[in-house]
Write a protein that binds this ligand. Structure first.
Ligand code: URA
Length: 437
């Protein structure tokens, strides 16, 4: 027993850091105490930084990751959707460029009879945030109380809102610390961070869209697979029906990256049109969510074509104060980039497009920065498409034209045009599916 400020403590933080530094397994009691003591301010930020680095370097086994996740859940509140008249299913994406899938997906699944409690975040860095996209709709608000969320889930069936500060507060502090200590990339810490929030949220089923490729957090397929497996195990062990799809993020999704631009594209999908890859991924994730909620006899494609998903979208936006008929903001200035050869577009790099959209004002560098609703990048061809010299390849959008040069720098070498199709190999959008054995 240790004394800290007169309060008896069960462990000594330095012993725990040394144990992980020396590749030992931490006990369940050590882990529960560490997270609780960090939340209480007994474990200092510099000590947690050292422990996070030891975890990044030496890893954790399945039992330790499960205990770490459980301790983070225990640091805050748990939501309960047991009173709803329909089952619940949620989706989490590890983030990518042009990834607007949540926008058509949540109302689509709701239109098929499954409630979707989607707690989302704002973007940081080159990937966009779902809340930033929806906030480009005049009047729409992201902050709902737990009671408002529950009522909307019952009435409309879908909610996309900001996660309240009560869910896994230990993660909020730890994530901010990892961000500035080079420890974001530790798979045990990423998996427990994401899953503690999803398990505390109380969804019955969860589908994970784990991105892999240049525009993703995980550039490498083996690492993405390990992350997906770890999260599926955590969800399954916690009684949440969890499946992961590994999906390609070497090419950006759809034809737009930027807030209002992506809302416009999502509405096209809900109207039964939209880019083929966005429709394919939306339907694949919807099928997994419906199956996880016990409704695998329903084909979500029908709800896209017969207007039910659009009705659910309109109801969801209106319920949160938004006007689904309002004109979406457009950037004050645009600049076109044209093809410099005839041939076939063989490559369009997701990361570079994401950085360009971010530099044009669609994203933020610090979490308190504002974003421009109309800013972003539109591309007029996807890899595999034939292009002609002089045709528009990209349109850049911004309210602040002095940003064009830096965006163009980010796009240097981002695409390739080959004389014909022989140099082009198409790659699958859905790379793998990982479920509990
Ligand atoms: N998203 C999270 O919520 N946590 C991480 O650690 C990484 C991505």
């Amino acid at each position: 027993m240790r004394l800290d400020g007169g309060v008896s403590e069960s462990f000594d933080t330095v012993d725990i850091i040394r144990a992980k530094r020396d590749r030992q397994e931490l006990t369940s009691e050590q882990i529960a105490w560490t997270i609780d003591a960090y939340t209480r301010g007994v474990v200092a930020d510099e000590q947690m930084s050292a422990l996070a680095m030891a975890i990044l370097l030496n890893g954790m086994n399945r039992r330790e990751i499960g205990d770490w996740t459980a301790a983070m859940i225990a640091s805050g509140e748990r939501m309960d959707f047991g009173s709803l008249s329909r089952p619940t299913a949620d989706k989490h994406s590890t983030g990518g460029v042009g990834d607007k899938i949540t926008l058509p997906l949540a109302p689509l699944v709701a239109a098929c009879g499954v409630a979707v409690p989607q707690l989302s975040g704002r973007g940081l860095g080159h990937t966009g945030g779902t809340l930033d996209k929806l906030e480009s709709i005049p009047g729409w608000r992201a902050d709902l109380s737990n009671e408002e969320m529950l009522a909307q889930l019952e009435d409309v069936g879908a909610v996309i809102c900001a996660a309240g500060s009560g869910l896994a507060p230990a993660d909020k502090r730890l994530y901010a610390l990892r961000d500035v200590t080079g420890t974001v990339e530790a798979i045990p810490l990423i998996a427990s961070s994401i899953m503690s929030k999803k398990i505390a949220e109380g969804t019955g089923a969860l589908v994970l869209d784990v991105k892999v490729g240049s525009g993703a957090f995980m550039k490498d397929r083996d690492q993405a697979t390990e992350l997906a497996r770890t999260m599926v195990e955590l969800g399954t062990d916690a009684g949440v029906h969890t499946v992961a799809l590994l999906t390609d993020m070497s090419v950006p999704l759809g034809l737009t990256a930027g807030n209002a631009l992506e809302v416009r594209e999502s509405v096209e999908v809900l109207a039964g049109g939209g880019p083929a890859d966005v429709v394919e991924l939306t339907l694949a994730l919807a099928r997994e969510m419906l199956a996880g909620a016990g409704k695998d006899d329903i084909d979500p494609a029908d709800a896209l074509t017969d207007g039910r998903a659009m009705d659910a979208w309109r109801a969801m936006i209106s319920a949160q104060g938004g006007d689904p008929d309002a004109e979406l903001p457009r950037a004050a200035e645009t600049q076109q980039v044209t093809a410099d050869a005839d041939g076939v577009l063989t490559r369009l790099d997701a990361f570079q497009v994401g950085v360009a959209a971010w530099r044009l004002g669609a994203g933020r560098a610090r979490k308190e920065d504002p974003v421009q609703a109309g800013a972003g990048v539109e591309w007029h061809a996807r890899p595999g498409d034939a292009v002609q010299v002089g045709q528009p390849l990209l349109t850049l959008h911004t309210d602040t034209p002095d940003r064009f040069d830096r965006a163009l720098e980010a796009l240097d070498g981002a695409w390739q045009i080959a004389p014909d199709h022989t140099a082009y190999t198409s790659s699958a959008l859905i790379v793998d599916r990982i479920a509990a054995p």
